[in-house]
Write a protein that binds this ligand. Structure first.
Ligand SMILES: C[S@@+](CC[C@H](N)C(=O)[O-])C[C@H]1O[C@@H](n2cnc3c(N)ncnc32)[C@H](O)[C@@H]1O
Length: 239
């Protein structure tokens, strides 16, 4: 149940997500790299990098089943998480300490964290700009925000990825919208729906939150299916 008392959309699909969807996302090719077809792990290593001090905390908002925790820990960070779905968090036990909380109202003090990670969540958060503002609030000056998400230009209800060799883009990209329409009846979008933010709206979110973009990368083939960026809260000297 959410803080408002209603069930979280992912509660119903948590078991499927853990046992079937994640196995597919990590093993079956939407792209090139074996075991990392969307190149999420590579983006995480490149953009999150090593912590400013050994074991510094990295908060993952929408951590789900905690699938990224091991990779975050291997980089030297201490992963912690929040998620709205008790069903997803049930699978995260033993992977990272995590609490049920809304990413738009984080239970952390202003300026208290060195890093916040949002991995494969922005399409599940209808007001993602507000979530990024909240992430910026809890970041220390100089703290790092890492976004990894489905590519807004090549994934969505308007994008047909049914042919492994080609992506067909239909009208709809320029409208921010929520939809369950998908090229696949067997994915997350068809089950719980997804919000679409065109690229300029996505990039405006960290800028409006006072974060400075520092790096970006894409992953997946034949056309990128993942877009990621890093942004820093300005240090006190730079403000
Ligand atoms: C596609 S899953 C991604 C989970 C994980 N990060 C991964 O990469 O597998 C999206 C997650 O975001 C969570 N979520 C959606 N809205 C949220 C919010 N407002 N606050 C916290 N978690 C949220 C969902 O419950 C779900 O676990």
């Amino acid at each position: 149940m959410t803080s408002t008392g209603s069930p979280a959309p992912y509660d119903e699909i948590a078991d499927w997500y853990e046992t079937e969807f994640l196995a597919r996302r990590t093993r079956i090719g939407l792209g090139a790299a074996d075991g990392d077809p969307l190149e999420i792990d590579r983006a995480l290593a490149e953009l999150l990098g090593t912590p400013p001090s050994d074991g510094a905390a990295c908060l993952e908002i929408g951590c789900g089943t905690g699938v990224h925790a091991e990779r975050v820990r291997a980089l030297g960070w201490t992963p912690i998480g929040v998620d709205l779905s008790a069903g997803m968090l049930r699978h995260s036990r033993g992977r990272l300490p995590a609490a049920r909380a809304d990413a738009a109202r984080l239970p952390f003090a202003d300026g208290s964290l060195p890093a916040v990670l949002a991995a494969m969540v922005h399409t599940d958060m209808p007001d993602y700009p507000a979530v990024v503002r909240e992430a910026a609030r809890v970041l220390r000056p100089g703290g790092l925000f890492v976004h990894i998400g489905v590519h807004p230009c090549f994934c969505g209800g308007f994008a047909d990825r049914g042919d492994a060799e080609a992506v067909v883009i239909r009208p709809g990209y320029r409208d921010g919208h929520w939809t369950t329409a998908s090229w696949s009846a067997d994915g997350v979008r068809a089950r719980v729906g997804a919000t679409h933010l065109p690229l300029p709206a996505l990039l405006a979110a960290p800028l409006a939150a006072g974060l400075a973009l520092t790096a970006a990368t894409e992953g997946g083939t034949p056309t990128p299916s993942m877009l990621a960026f890093a942004a820093r809260r300005q240090s006190r000297e730079a403000q």
